[in-house]
Design a protein around this ligand. Sequence first.
Ligand code: NAP
Length: 363
Amino acid sequence: MVEPVQPRVVVITGGSSGIGLGSAALFASKGWRVGLISRNKERLASASSLIEAWTPGATVAWAAADVSDEEALAAAARRIAATLGPISVWVNAAGNGVYGHFADVPADEFRRVTEVTYLGTVNGTRVALSHMRPRDEGTIVNVCSAVVFHGVPLMTSYSGAKAAVRAFSQSLRLELRLAGSHVRLGTLFPPAINTPFFDHAISHMGFPSRPVPPVYGTRVAAQGVYFCATGGGGEMLLTGVVIAYSLIVRVSLRLAGFLVSKSDFASELPRDDPGSARMPSLFAPACSRCVMDGGFGSQARSWSTHLKLLSAWRALRSAMMPAPKLRASRPVVRSPRAPGCADAHRSPAGSALPEPAASDSGR
Ligand SMILES: NC(=O)c1ccc[n+]([C@@H]2O[C@H](COP(=O)([O-])OP(=O)(O)OC[C@H]3O[C@@H](n4cnc5c(N)ncnc54)[C@H](OP(=O)(O)O)[C@@H]3O)[C@@H](O)[C@H]2O)c1
C-alpha cells in the first residue's frame, strides 16, 4: 500500500537570519515543515513568527544551539525531529566572519570563525547523517562561498574556513557514493549576498564590513539552497559571476590574484541606512531584530540568469523523463520524543517547548 505523502522536513542552521531565514521561508512556502537552529531564542521565535506570517499555516519549530557545540546541536536536532518528523533535508547555513588584515585579527577571533563556519558545518553534517543514514535517504546542503575559488584579502579566517568546507564536502560526497549511500550532499557557492552578515562580522578595517560587488538579494541565495536541496547533490555555483570567477582561477591563478587585488576591497560601500545598527555576533548571538536582508538592498540584484537557466533545464528534463514508478514509502521511523516534546503540544510560534535542560526550543 502506498502511504499518503507526508510533508517533508528541512532543518536549517543559521535559520534566524539572512540566507538561512530566506531559505526557511522558501521551503515553508512550498509546503515543507521547517526546523530552525541558531543561538538566540528570541530571534528564533521571531523568525518562526515571520515565516508563519509570510506563509499562513506553515509548520515551524525551532531549537537553540551553538553549532560549534556538537552535543547541543544533536539535542536540538532530536527535539526538532521529535516535533516535526524525520529530517529529509539539512542545511548548514550558520556562519560568521572577521574582516581585517591577518596581522590585526586576534587569534581567538580567527579560531572562532573556524569553529563556527567550518567545524559548525562538520558538526551539522555529522548530526544530519545520524538522522539520514539509518533511513538511507536525505540531502545535506552546505552553504559555502565563492571565496573558495580564490581567497580574498581581509578575510583570511573566512576564506580558510570556507575552503575547508568545500574540501570536507568533496571528500564526504565521495565516501557516501563509494559506500552506495542514497544520502546526498550538496555544496552551494554564493557570491556576495545582501544579508545582515556584514553587520554581524567583526571589522578591523577602520570602517564597517561590507560585501564586494556585485551583490545579490537574499532570495536568490535561498532559491539556490532550495535548488541544491531538491537536486542530486554535488557542487552548485549560484551565479554567472561565480562561474566566471572559478574559470579565471583555472586559467591563471596569477590573473585571478591580480583581478581580486584590483577589486574594491579596501573602501567603504554606502549603506541604504548609514545609521543602521551593527552588532558583531561571533562570540554571542546578536540581539538585533531578526531580518533576512542587509543594508545594501539598493545595490542588490534580485535574479541570477544562471539559476533561471538551471531551473528551466531541470523543468525541461523532468518534463521529458517518464513519470517515476511509485514505490511504497519506507515506514516512517519517528525518533523517540524528548521529554516535553509531546504531540499534544501545539503552542503558537515563539513559545518555547518545555525542555529537559532549558527552555530553548519551540513550535
Ligand atoms: N552574505 C554573504 O555575502 C554570503 C556569501 C556567501 C556565503 N555566505 C554564507 O551564508 C551563510 C549564512 O550567512 P548570512 O549571510 O545569512 O549571515 P547572517 O545573516 O549573519 O546569518 C548567520 C546565521 O548564523 C547564525 N549563527 C551564527 N553563529 C552561530 C553559531 N555559533 N551557532 C549557531 N548559529 C549561529 C546566526 O544566528 P545567531 O547569531 O542568533 O546565533 C544567523 O542565524 C554563512 O555560512 C555565510 O558564510 C554568505
